[in-house]
Ligand binder design. Structure first.
Ligand SMILES: NC(=O)c1ccc[n+]([C@@H]2O[C@H](COP(=O)([O-])OP(=O)(O)OC[C@H]3O[C@@H](n4cnc5c(N)ncnc54)[C@H](O)[C@@H]3O)[C@@H](O)[C@H]2O)c1
Length: 250
């Protein structure tokens, strides 16, 4: 059997990097897509050094449909039809509600919500043709409980949860599952950037001390759940929110 192809958006850093490594180790030819070409290339070099298959697709902005379509076409040409899509690329943001400009609102929704929309529309024909597919959308635990000063971000991620549930109903008959993992407090460059900017309401360590499992999440925690959701044996799980958050949200 030729290797199935997995496409990971935002695969150059943090959670996306760990998911790219994990799916490659699981046997997928892995397309690492990122706006940051250098980081996508670095992750692919790491994967190749480990003896697995991957290719980088850099300088791709998921908020631009034409760039997404062109990138998916390149993935098909170089690796093959896409079986697994992980919509992970995202941006965060902290602003008091009255200070959220139209530009910030629209950019956040464009990347965090329209990006998955474009990517799904680009790859679903491959999955439908194959009669098999796995889509995992990386949302956020903040969409479960809300988060002050993140109305725009949380709205985008809550939108992704509804998107997941609806698409799962539509694609189930075609053998395609669609689930969402809302990570909570995962130690990545995004989280450390928020800590550095004093936006977390305490340090990462202080938050870890208040987390039921007494540690921050690791990108590999999300990758492990994602790997399971992409597996054959997860075929009866669709439209679900699989929280990976150390017990911070239940
Ligand atoms: N770290 C956490 O605690 C946490 C919590 C909840 C949700 N999340 C979500 O997990 C996902 C990954 O977050 P992370 O912490 O690994 O962040 P990160 O900043 O380390 O990585 C995000 C990656 O997405 C890429 N990216 C950003 N905008 C893009 C665009 N327009 N097109 C293509 N690629 C783009 C970046 O270049 C980067 O490589 C995000 O969707 C984030 O919202 C993270």
């Amino acid at each position: 059997m030729t290797a199935k192809v997995a496409l990971v958006t935002g695969g150059g850093s943090g959670i996306g990097r760990a998911i790219s490594h994990r799916l490659a180790a699981d046997g997928y030819a892995t397309a690492v897509l990122d706006l940051n070409a250098a980081s996508a290339k670095t992750v692919v070099e790491e994967i190749l050094e480990n003896g697995y298959t991957a290719a980088a697709f850099g300088d791709v902005d998921v908020s631009d449909r034409s760039q997404v379509d062109a990138a998916v076409e390149s993935v098909r040409d170089s690796l093959g039809a896409v079986s697994v899509l992980v919509n992970n690329a995202g941006i965060t943001g902290f602003k008091k509600f009255g200070h959220i400009t139209d530009e910030v609102w629209e950019r956040t929704l464009a990347i965090n919500l329209s990006g998955p929309f474009y990517a799904c529309q680009a790859v679903v024909p491959d999955m439908t043709k194959a009669g098999w597919g796995r889509i995992v959308n990386i949302s956020s635990s903040s969409a479960q409980g809300g988060q002050q000063f993140m109305t725009h971000y949380v709205a985008s991620k809550a939108g992704l949860v509804g998107f997941t549930k609806s698409l799962a109903l539509e694609l189930g008959p075609s053998g395609i599952t669609v689930n969402t993992i809302p990570p909570g407090f995962v130690d990545t460059p995004m989280l450390r950037g928020s800590e550095r900017d004093g936006l977390l309401g305490g340090s990462v360590d202080e938050h870890a001390d208040r987390t039921p499992v007494r540690r921050a999440g690791k990108p590999e925690d999300i990758a492990a759940a994602c790997s399971f959701l992409c597996s054959e044996e997860a075929g009866y799980i669709t439209g679900q929110i699989i929280g990976v958050n150390g017990g911070r949200n239940t």
